[in-house]
Structure formats: structure tokens, C-alpha cells
Design a protein around this ligand. Structure first.
Ligand SMILES: Nc1nc2c(ncn2[C@@H]2O[C@H](COP(=O)(O)OP(=O)(O)OP(=O)(O)O)[C@@H](O)[C@H]2O)c(=O)[nH]1
Ligand SMILES: [Mg+2]
Length: 296
């Protein structure tokens, strides 16, 4: 068995914050891999996505979470449970917000939720590339006392990330790794196929469709020359079907092409995706449908 130096660090970091502040972009930036899907629309992430960062000095497990909003749907109820579960047993919570709009009511609500966490809390002010000058003091006064450090970054350009990484390491205890050091996530490959199809939908459609859809992988088969994926896209209403499919299947084709390209890049192996559309009325409110989608 491999032995680790006594100063090897290993631990868990949850990234929490309101939607669209750049949580998934930050995790991907630190890992140097596109593990969690991102989009310009809020509430892109629906699950806790673990990303494991291995070096010869540490193994840091990041947990990217859905953006916090007051639950309106049964699905958002499950999402808020995912958030509170994710910060229960971590060494560090990153409270994520963005410089150009802080604090919002949701920011303050998240900070309220974080008052009782066991681990340390660090605030990350993202999107510094959008402002020419930043009055840091004016932002920092709104942070509660349990926030130990604050770092200003741009997850998009990479500014401030080295300092943030140093800061994170400081809060990770000396411990042997929890996961195999080859592993990048604890999630199966089919999860990433599903997420990349969802990302395609988030990028290609406006308002309603991304939130009214869910994706299920019915087949994920690793053949010698390619990976073959059969996926079903659920939509909530009959009227959404022609929009999703497009004239002569044009939109569905765009989703497939986008997702295939992304999945092939992620797997570093050719992939082929087949898409099917099904109507599942009001799936966001149905407990058994949510269970099928992997929400506990
Ligand atoms: N200008 C700028 N945009 C950023 C930065 N970080 C992220 N973004 C953009 O902000 C949008 C939201 O990013 P995500 O990473 O999906 O945000 P999120 O917090 O994971 O969102 P949810 O999963 O919906 O909670 C995307 O369009 C990103 O490209 C940044 O540092 N600067
Ligand atoms: Mg996200």
C-alpha cells in the first residue's frame, strides 16, 4: 500500500451561494477540467457535483452545489436539501458571491444558513473582471463574524485563483486521501453524459425550456471504438415538444451535436448520442419522477 508523507492534506470543501455567481465555473477552474456544467442562466446545477483535486501534496474534494433560492417547486426543495447536506461535514465552506451585486437578500440568507457550520467559512467575491474599481471595505462590512477570510477572484480569467487556492489549502487538515488518487469525481460517466445534454439545452434555449426539461440516460455503452448513449429528454407539456424538437428535428440535432462534441472531449473518446423526447407532465412536482432523476 502506498504511504503518504505526514504533511499530506486531504479534506472537503463545499461551494455555496445564490444562482449564477460562478460556483461551477470556479470549481472547473481550480480542477482544470470541465466537470460541472455552467450557463448564463441561474439554477443550472441541480445536484451536488464532487470534483477531486489530486496533487502530490493534497487531495481536496470540492462539492459544487445548486444555487440557493427559496424552494418553489418540489425539485427546488430537494435542491435546498442537497445544499444543507453538503455543508454539514466539510472542512471548509466557500461562500460564493459576485462583486457587482452584493449583498442581495439571497446572499444574506445564505450567510445566515452558514452561521452554524462546523467547518471554516471563506467568502469568495467573484467576477472582479466586470468592475474597474472595487470598494472592498464596503462589501466586507456585510459579512458575519464567522467568515474567516475573503478573497477577490475572477473564475473566468483566473485572477486571484492562486491566492484562493493557498487560502483553501490552509483549512485542509493533515490526512490521508479519501479517494483513489486517479479519481476525478465520485460520479459515474453516465452522469456527465446527462449533464452535458442538459448544458446543451441551457445554452440553446431561452427562458422556459431549460427549466421544464430533465434528462435520463437509458443506455451508456462502452464499445471498443465509441461510447453509445441513449437519452430521454422529459418535458412538462405537449406545447413544449415542437419547440424542443424544432423544424424537421433541427433543434434536437443541435442539442445532440453540442452534447456529442462535449462528451467526446470529456471522455477523450468518440461518443454517439441518441435523443428521445417524452412528455412527463409536471415532473418537477412529482416525487417518483424526481426519484427517477436521482433526487433523494
Ligand atoms: N464575467 C464573469 N463571468 C463569470 C465569472 N465566473 C462565472 N461567470 C459566468 O457566470 C455565469 C454563471 O456561471 P456558473 O458557473 O454556471 O454559475 P453557478 O453559480 O454555478 O450557477 P448555478 O449552478 O445556476 O447556481 C456563466 O455565464 C459564467 O460564464 C467571472 O469571473 N467573470
Ligand atoms: Mg452551477
Amino acid at each position: 500500500m502506498r504511504t503518504y508523507p505526514p504533511d499530506f492534506r486531504s479534506g472537503f470543501v463545499a461551494i455555496i451561494g445564490r444562482p449564477n455567481t460562478g460556483k461551477s465555473t470556479l470549481m472547473n477552474r481550480i480542477l482544470g477540467e470541465k466537470l460541472s456544467i455552467t450557463s448564463a442562466k441561474p439554477q443550472t446545477t441541480r445536484y451536488a457535483v464532487k470534483g477531486i483535486w489530486n496533487t502530490d501534496k493534497h487531495q481536496i474534494v470540492f462539492i459544487d452545489t445548486p444555487g440557493y433560492l427559496k424552494p418553489r417547486y418540489e425539485m427546488q426543495e430537494r435542491m435546498s436539501r442537497i445544499i444543507s447536506d453538503s455543508f454539514r461535514d466539510v472542512d471548509l465552506v466557500i461562500f460564493m458571491t459576485q462583486v457587482q451585486s452584493f449583498p442581495t437578500d439571497y446572499d444574506l440568507e445564505v450567510l445566515g444558513l452558514l452561521k452554524n457550520v462546523k467547518g471554516a467559512v471563506v467568502a469568495v467575491f467573484n467576477k472582479i473582471d466586470l468592475l474597474e474599481t472595487i470598494d472592498k471595505e464596503a462589501l466586507l462590512v456585510h459579512l458575519p463574524k464567522n467568515v474567516e477570510r475573503s478573497v477577490f477572484v475572477s473564475a473566468l480569467t483566473g485572477a486571484g485563483i492562486t491566492e484562493l487556492v493557498e487560502c483553501i489549502r490552509h483549512f485542509i487538515p493533515y490526512h490521508e486521501p479519501f479517494y483513489d488518487d486517479e479519481q476525478l469525481s465520485d460520479l459515474p460517466l453516465r452522469f456527465f453524459a446527462k449533464e452535458l445534454i442538459r448544458e446543451a439545452i441551457f445554452h440553446l434555449f431561452e427562458e422556459e425550456i431549460p427549466y421544464a426539461t430533465a434528462v435520463l440516460i437509458e443506455r451508456f455503452q462502452e464499445l471498443p471504438t465509441k461510447v453509445v448513449v441513449d437519452a430521454v429528454i422529459w418535458i412538462e407539456r405537449n406545447s413544449q415538444k415542437p419547440i424542443l424538437i424544432g423544424k424537421g428535428g433541427a433543434n434536437l440535432k443541435k442539442i445532440r451535436e453540442y452534447a456529442e462534441l462535449q462528451l467526446t472531449e470529456f471522455l477523450q473518446f468518440p461518443s454517439e448520442i441518441h435523443l428521445f423526447v417524452k412528455i412527463n407532465e409536471n415532473w418537477r412536482k412529482k416525487p417518483h419522477a424526481l426519484k427517477e432523476l436521482g433526487f433523494e
